[in-house]
Design a protein around this ligand. Structure first.
Ligand code: AMP
Ligand code: ZN
Length: 463
């Protein structure tokens, strides 16, 4: 599989450095409130990358952190009378609820800053010892001009970055160069703090990820991922600190997913233009959000609106309708041989899907391969398909959608075959033929649906 590496600007073959396990670190959310569907885009893209690599037989070790020490968490804690850790823990619990609705698999490790403080202090110490960072009464600062490759990730020379930054030094910081950044911030009243050789305080954001990556993966990551908004300054600074502390580049590949926009503006908490995963999932379901996010290539910006959600929901229904039709007819015909043309349909769909995903995780083309299969399955269904043929087509659909993390086994539409059986059962009951009614009920159950008899009539549900 090839992925676009931001640092080289090329699509490169994905290989594990150790020849066995591919080690991925993804910058996770800052935990102070519910995640929005922009955050979800980055999380779903990397979850899909992980699923796909595993599908192709690649062992993956996947780390996604929680930033649980941050100005925004502290502000919320002070505003609500909670501790910072109470704010963070509640947001982490909420994160897992939303991640589950998006079918995001838990990372192998979800490190937290508060649990990695020793490693953070040790990275800061080595930067100070090697002259890459300096200490003053306001904190410890990384000296950007001590790293000659500074700017290589964002493809901007230090001078250009300096011009863009405008030379402002934030209140309370004392820096030799406005481009230098805090790796340790001296304690202020009302803020959480940890003891360190540089005085009590808390880490800066960038150093947290450098330390969590080193602690849970090691000095070299195979892939460092995150949203494209993090390239500068967050990832540029991670690169600089880690390489200066460890003597080698932090990551072999840097992979960035493009931003989700709304009304042609980046969706962001700070802009107040965000839609929460929780609210959109309530209306459309988590699978439709996931589908919508995967319907564009991860490196293209995408714009969110209700139309894209309606389209995603309909597309998902088309796939699940086809799966249900292939499954529902199961017991009607004999099992039998698989004709070469049916085997070929399944084989081609799979191979087109793999080619698309191998080419820089092209989920849009991967979905197109799935839809081709749906179309052909529907056409073939109007012929007589043997049970083995139906099973092959259904299993191929389930396999490919499963790689994308899309659940297409539930549909709120009850297939007409089931409603027909339910009608027959109702007639049998009316004519007091209870033996037949029971047989029909069992048949419906066997096809994966339940019946609930109420005063208003019989409700059919998917098991
Ligand atoms: P944050 O909680 O802001 O640190 O963001 C958590 C993750 O979501 C990071 O990887 C960000 O790059 C990503 N992210 C934030 N906003 C968006 C957006 N509008 N579109 C895509 N990814 C985003
Ligand atoms: Zn990070």
């Amino acid at each position: 599989m090839k992925l676009y590496n931001t640092i080289t600007g090329e699509k490169e073959e994905v290989t594990p450095l150790d020849g066995k396990t591919l080690k991925i670190y993804v910058c996770g959310p800052t935990v102070y409130n519910l995640i929005h569907i922009g955050n979800a885009r980055t999380l779903v893209v990397f979850d899909t990358l992980r699923r796909y690599l595993k599908y192709r037989g690649q062992d993956v070790f996947y780390v996604q952190n929680f930033t649980d020490v941050d100005d925004k968490i502290i502000r919320k804690a002070n505003a609500t009378g909670q501790t910072a850790s109470e704010v963070a823990e509640a947001a982490i619990a909420d994160y897992f609820i939303d991640a589950e609705s998006l079918n995001i698999i838990k990372a192998d490790v979800h490190p937290k800053v508060t649990e990695t403080m020793d490693e953070i202090i040790s990275v800061v110490q080595s930067l100070v010892d090697s002259g890459h960072a300096y200490v003053n009464s306001t904190g410890v600062y990384f000296k950007v001009d001590s790293f000659r490759n500074y700017g290589s990730l964002s493809k901007m020379p230090l001078e250009a970055l300096r011009d863009n930054a405008g030379g402002r030094i934030p209140d309370g910081e004392e820096k030799n160069d406005p481009m230098d950044f805090a790796v340790w911030k001296t304690a202020k009243p009302g803020e959480p703090m940890w003891d360190s050789p540089f005085g009590a305080g808390r880490p800066g954001w960038h150093i947290e990820c450098s330390a969590m990556a080193r602690r849970y993966i090691g000095e070299t990551l195979d892939i460092h991922g995150g949203g494209a908004d993090l390239i500068f300054p967050h990832h540029e600074n991670e690169c600089a600190q880690s390489e200066c502390a460890n003597g080698k580049p932090l990551a072999r590949m840097w992979v960035h997913s493009a931003m989700l926009f709304i009304n042609n503006e980046k969706m962001a908490k700070s802009k107040g233009n965000f839609k929460l995963v929780r609210e959109i999932a309530e209306e459309y379901g988590g699978a439709a959000i996931r589908f919508m996010l995967l319907s564009a290539n991860y490196r293209s910006q995408m714009n969110f609106n209700c139309d894209v959600m309606d389209a995603a929901k309909n597309s998902l229904k088309r796939i699940s309708g086809s799966v249900a039709a292939l499954a529902a007819l199961d017991s009607e015909t004999d099992s039998g041989d698989i004709r070469p043309e049916v085997a070929e349909t399944a084989r081609v769909a799979k191979s087109v899907f793999i080619d698309a995903m191998d080419d820089d995780l092209n989920t849009a083309n991967g979905l197109a391969a799935i839809f081709d299969l749906v179309r052909q399955a529907n056409t073939l269904l109007s012929d007589k398909l043997s049970a083995s043929e139906r099973a092959l087509l259904k299993d191929t659909l389930l396999e490919l959608t499963g790689v994308l993390g899309l659940d297409v086994t539930t549909t709120d539409e009850i297939p007409s075959e089931i409603t027909l059986l339910a009608d027959k059962r109702a007639e049998a009951r009316q004519s007091r033929n209870f033996a037949l009614a029971d047989t029909l009920k069992k048949e419906i159950l066997d096809k994966g649906f339940t019946l609930e008899d109420t005063k208003q009539g019989t409700i059919i549900k998917k098991k």
